[in-house]
Design a protein around this ligand. Structure first.
Ligand code: SF4
Length: 217
């Protein structure tokens, strides 16, 4: 993790981190951007979130938008119709159940429409500075298995295994470090092992084809 902390310095940050930083970790914007980000390119998530927040910046104002208007604003994020419905329903729940504020516990967050563990743990880490959660997405799941930190089949299983396998001081950083590494070096197909700071220690479990190194080796 120390090697990764140094290695990601200067690399492009994931979209949600950028939104979180630019909005001073505003829980509502982090929550909505994370909802939009599933299976969507970072640049698309960033552009869609920006368009949506220009029109509505609070749960109360966003809850009043028609679903069709939300669809129009967030298009072309993947599954934009479903996500628009979830965004509206989540905003309505925030207003009716939580006084118009994003709740600050994982247990409450997962009661919101469309909010699963991945979204909830990321909101806890980025917006509420939780030191007790690990957010596991496909990058974290893939890389921690390649590194041999865990041997798991599903992200939810990976989250629990990582709590056992890693030092708690790194939990809030695992998502940022591994997502950044996964987007730039340890990619889903053809990972660039020749450019990787972890290559000496990585057993590369499950890696059969390696991508071209930028160093040319
Ligand atoms: S050595 Fe290869 S498989 Fe291991 S973390 Fe680095 S890029 Fe991923």
């Amino acid at each position: 993790m120390r090697a990764l902390a140094l290695a990601i310095d200067g690399l492009e940050l994931p979209a949600i981190e950028k939104i979180s930083e630019s909005q001073q970790e505003d829980p509502f914007q982090v929550l909505i951007a994370t909802l939009l980000s599933a299976r969507t390119q970072d640049a698309t998530t960033l552009a869609a979130s920006t368009r949506l927040f220009k029109v509505a910046r609070t749960p109360r104002t966003m809850a009043k938008l028609p679903v069709r208007e939300i669809e129009r604003l967030i298009y072309p994020v993947s599954f934009y119709r479903n996500k628009a419905r979830h965004v509206k329903a989540t905003c309505e729940a925030l207003v009716s159940e939580f006084g118009g504020k994003v709740p600050g516990t994982l247990e409450e967050l997962v009661t919101l429409p469309g909010v699963g563990r991945k979204t909830a743990t990321l909101v806890m880490i980025l917006a509420f500075q939780s030191q007790r959660h690990i957010c596991v997405d496909t990058h974290v799941h893939r890389i921690s298995n390649r590194l041999g930190w865990v041997r798991t089949a599903e992200p939810d299983e990976t989250e629990q295994a990582l709590y056992r396998a890693t030092d708690a001081r790194w939990w809030p950083y695992i998502n940022l470090y591994l997502v950044t590494w996964g987007q730039n070096v340890c990619r889903p197909v053809y990972p660039r092992c020749g450019d990787c700071v972890l290559v000496e220690d990585c057993p590369r479990i499950g890696v059969t084809l390696v991508g071209k190194s930028k160093k040319g080796d």
